[in-house]
Design a protein around this ligand. Structure first.
Ligand code: AMP
Length: 282
């Protein structure tokens, strides 16, 4: 497994691979890898001939007072996990390699229709940071395919939108959310939960699922479903930011036949997000 930290070395490595006609798949991550990340890698391997995993804790997607400094960094274990999966190349640049010397960002990518709603409302600037770094990674790696988790549902839509609107020739693949046995979506931030909070945490998924199954049974009173679910979350100790039923493609209302129930809620120090997609046709 190649381990590369500079853009020039990466390009040197990938040019002959591309010229040989191999399809390059990219899996962008912030490291601290868990089985959810590894499932994306396996999907990338199934779809492409040469898999690049990037590990980069991107400062520009952390909002002021967030956990950038304390975000778990476990490079050695990450490399071992990726090497065990026979990943071809890990790209692990320093911040200065990605954001020119003085760390000033002078060009930014914004997806206006998704930038300031839901997670974007509570984390202003977050999606601009994500869209900018992902565009940079796309330009650096020039993959044919890139795999992202459906767990970060709004992020996946942001990336689909930027790829379409900037005419990038990259297939974006959404990969299903991997969960612990009790239903909690795997996330690096689950480590912030105390033991007691960890026992409560699966209730977020349960609550989202209850809304989804009510809709499947024909309930269309979305406002009430949302407010009841938010109240239930509060009752068991969550601090919900939002829980919303919205169109699966736009995250807006009105809703077409495909919808998604999305939520973000704090439990202690951990900000948890999750979602369940619902199709209202057979
Ligand atoms: P992160 O390192 O948190 O930025 O995540 C890197 C990629 O892994 C993103 O595309 C996430 O959506 C995806 N991911 C994170 N957690 C999960 C999970 N539990 N199941 C599937 N994909 C995930």
């Amino acid at each position: 497994m190649q381990q590369i930290a500079t853009i020039n070395a990466l390009r040197e490595q990938l040019t002959p691979i591309r010229h040989a006609g191999k399809r390059i798949s990219l899996v962008p991550t912030m490291g601290n890898l868990h089985a959810g990340h590894l499932s994306l890698v396996k999907q990338a391997q199934a779809l492409g001939d040469y898999v690049v995993v990037s590990i980069f804790v991107n400062p520009s997607q952390f909002v002021a007072d967030e956990d950038f400094d304390s975000y778990p960094r476990t490079l050695e274990t990450d490399l071992e996990l990726l090497s065990n999966l026979n990943v071809d190349l890990v790209f692990m640049p320093d911040t200065s390699e990605i954001y020119s010397g003085d760390n000033q960002i002078t060009t930014e990518v914004i997806v206006p229709e998704l930038d300031s709603i839901y997670c974007g409302e509570y984390r202003p600037g977050h999606f601009k940071g994500v869209a900018t770094i992902v565009t940079k990674l796309f330009n650096i790696v020039q993959p044919d395919i890139a795999v992202f988790g459906e767990k970060d549902y709004q992020q996946l839509l942001v990336i689909r939108s930027l790829v379409k609107n900037l005419n990038l020739a990259i297939d974006i693949i959404g990969s299903p959310t991997l969960r612990d046995e009790d239903g909690l979506a795997m996330s690096s931030r689950n480590q912030y939960l105390t033991e007691a909070e960890r026992r409560q945490a699966p209730l977020l998924y349960k609550c989202i699922n209850q809304v989804a199954s009510a809709i499947k049974k024909g309930d269309t009173n979305y406002d009430k479903l949302e407010s009841d679910a938010i109240s239930s979350l509060k009752e068991v100790g969550f601090k919900p930011e939002y829980l919303s039923v919205c169109d699966a493609k736009t995250l807006k209302k009105p809703i077409n036949q495909e919808l998604v129930v999305i939520s973000a809620a704090w439990l202690g120090r951990a900000r948890l997000i999750d979602n369940v997609a619902v199709q209202t046709y057979d």
